[in-house]
Design a protein around this ligand. Structure first.
Ligand code: NAP
Length: 272
């Protein structure tokens, strides 16, 4: 936590403990690194162990502790097993949970044109997994009467989008989970909030934009400008991971102490 967070200064014994899902790439990785830079020890959850280990190395180089939880979020037994590992590593302390793992699911696919299994995978990753993690970890926060949960949604949870029904459904439902959990958790001094990014310039999105630029014989910037204009972002830029990281830092820091059950949209002004 940052020095103005109001939390005790981190030491080896008392550093705040964070769990970040989706910590192997993109936004989740950058949130994990930022929390470590702010003094947290961080458990890193994802499937790609090499990528997770690389983040772990970076965190340890900052003098903080990190723990790799190689877990497929589609498998509740695997999640339960990784929680056992986490409980030992953290001595059952728990301060911050950031559910950042997510998948986009079918793109540009109208209802009726894609398999039920694809819908199920999106719901399981984007909604069911945060529910399972909160089920395991909120009781630890309740036991200490403090804690912060941030669920990374998306601005498709604030609107409909043709061709994105499974993704949009998962993020809308994550808002319901966030608000309901916030109502339950308040009496324990635990906050639960939702951050709704618009397009973020992560590796996955940059690759998609680069491929389209090559196919159309234009620069990547032209494709990004087009994409953002189609979205209707009044600030005319995609988010960087740093935009989302700053919002998460705010919510888990002093500024977020009295904020719960809220949705913060970080999308350059699409949802207004
Ligand atoms: N990028 C955007 O434009 C955008 C826009 C709005 C909202 N968001 C949301 O922001 C969050 C982060 O997105 P991102 O684009 O930064 O991520 P990303 O780079 O695409 O990475 C996705 C992360 O989710 C993890 N993940 C996916 N399925 C998993 C599974 N079954 N088990 C364990 N981990 C799994 C991946 O880990 P492994 O591959 O190691 O399993 C990876 O770390 C997501 O919730 C996403 O919906 C993104």
């Amino acid at each position: 936590m940052s020095q103005d967070s109001g939390n005790p200064a981190p030491t080896a014994a008392t550093a705040p403990i964070a769990v970040v899902t989706g910590a192997s790439s993109g936004t989740g990785r950058d949130i994990a690194l930022a929390l470590a830079a702010d003094g947290c020890d961080v458990a890193l959850l994802g499937r790609r162990v090499d990528a997770l280990n690389a983040v772990k190395d970076q965190i340890e180089a900052m003098g903080r502790r990190a723990c790799v939880l190689m877990t497929d979020l589609l498998d509740e037994h695997a999640i339960a097993a990784s929680m056992e590992t986490f409980f030992v590593w953290s001595a059952r302390r728990m301060d911050i949970l950031v559910n950042a793992a997510g998948i986009p699911g079918p793109l540009g696919a109208p209802v009726g044109s894609f398999a039920l299994a694809d819908f199920d995978a999106v719901i399981a990753t984007n909604l069911r997994a945060p529910f399972i993690l909160m089920s395991h970890l909120l009781p630890l926060m309740y036991a200490r009467n403090s804690g912060r949960v941030v669920n990374i949604g998306g601005n498709h949870g604030m609107r409909g989008r043709a061709g994105r029904s499974s993704y949009s459904s998962s993020k809308w439902a994550l808002r319901g989970l966030t608000r309901s959990a916030a109502l339950e958790a308040g009496q324990y001094g635990v906050t639960v909030n939702f951050v709704a990014p618009g397009p973020i310039a992560v590796e996955r999105m940059r690759k998609r934009w680069a491929e389209r630029a090559e196919a159309e014989g234009v620069s990547e910037q032209v494709i990004i400008d087009q994409y953002i204009a189609d979205m209707g972002a009044v600030l005319r830029r995609p988010s960087e991971t740093s935009d989302v990281v700053a919002t998460v830092r705010f919510l888990v820091g002093e500024g977020g102490r009295n904020i719960t059950g809220q949705e913060l949209v970080v999308d350059g002004g699409v949802i207004i």
